[in-house]
Design a protein around this ligand. Sequence first.
Ligand code: GLN
Length: 507
Amino acid sequence: MNELVSLDAAELARRIHAREVSSVEVTRAHLERIEAVDGPAESGVHAFLHLDAEGALAAAEAADRAVAGGAPASPLAGVPIALKDNLTTTDMPTTAASRILEGWRPPYDATVVARLRAAGLVPLGKTNLDEFAMGSSTENSAFGPSRNPWDLTRIPGGSGGGSSSAVAAGESPLALGSDTGGSIRQPGAVTGTVGVKPTYGTVSRYGLIAFSSSLDQIGPCARSVLDAALLHEVIGGQDRNDQTSVSAPLPPVVEAAQAGARGDLAGVRIGVVTEFSGEGYQPGVLGAFTDAVRTLGELGAEVVEVSCPSFGYALPAYYLIAPSEASSNLARFDAMRYGLRVGDDGEHAADEVMSLTREAGFGAEVKRRIMIGTHALSAGSYDALYGKAQKARTLIVRDFTAAFATCDVLISPTTPTTAFAIGERADDPLAMYLADLCTIPSNLAGNAALSVPCGLSADDGLPVGLQIMAPALADDRAYRVAAAYEVARGPGAGPRIPELRALEATR
Ligand code: GLN
């Protein structure tokens, strides 16, 4: 394994900008790593749905020229990155891991993609996901699951399992994900990587294929807290193309990550959410979480317990609100505008073509969500289902407001269990939905939340995530605490790139 694929983005950038190594060399090393471990789809990591080696090398050459001219475009210029395949890109297909978008080429770049390019980062390709980001394992991808680099028989989380497994496997130092109910944080937790859901509205969603518009948020995936912060600053900030984009200045996340790394949390009040531990949680996850709580106390933080009694409604409320919005958002895939078209043979009317295309183009989970959402929004059920869910959402917001009145941040395990086996929950949607138990409240309330590696579970040796939640527009607090914890935890228990020797040996 080439040493370059094990380095953090910040260190890669330092070496590239000091001209100790070129961006082209760094990019080549990652393309070789992908070649070694990503395929074949049936047994490799399968993080990528599409690779653009030529485009990546051209972007790397441009970054090297800028460095040679003394003007790297940003602190991350020259560093490779992988993009979740629900972000539009003009030079690569965008499928959302759905058959219905087969053959579609977006005419524009998502704002975050345009910002990455302007900042001199090097897009390697598009990563796998659950179809339209609906799922917690990437098993709902129309193109087969991604695999967890720690154990290739297990899921890498979802929906952004491609982005998290690419980062965990050393295929890319950075990736972008989208988090509607946990799809950046949950994959981060189960692959031993950092995943951040920024405050709603602080990173543009223009060019993100919409799932649930009041919940969706794009954010960074990385192997260190500082790397995530550096990427956050590249993609964040107001965008006139996104009507929900906020004008408030981006919280100083890089500064916070650097301050946190100095390892002092004196004066910080941390609330442990009572409702997110105990029954239903894997003992090894709770063990790692308890160790983390102790570490945070040793760093000088004041750790208290806080009850958020309405968080128990988050999962059911989410599974009415998200499908409702999805049923409306996915109406645009009507066989007329994008991708697949089935039955257009002169024999079928437009509405028949539409239903034949949606029947063939959408997978089972997407259809399930469209049906639940359409039902929840129907005249006879709206008050009892969608309306009730919105009321529960208000109660959850109030719980956060009350908790943040006494605590700077809240913490919990990111997920109730470590990575489960591929196939284990595939036929049990309710078991699958439980993976996002702890992450969903922050989507419903719109506040910032991240997952940082929290060592390995004593019962199965797999990565555990520590979730840190901060008030809206105070993302910097979560970064500060995460960075302090990351340093104190030490590299021994932190993320490492699993060697994947067996896989490499088959090449
Ligand atoms: N697992 C959740 C779902 O299936 C969240 C997905 C997401 O955040 N995109 O809806």
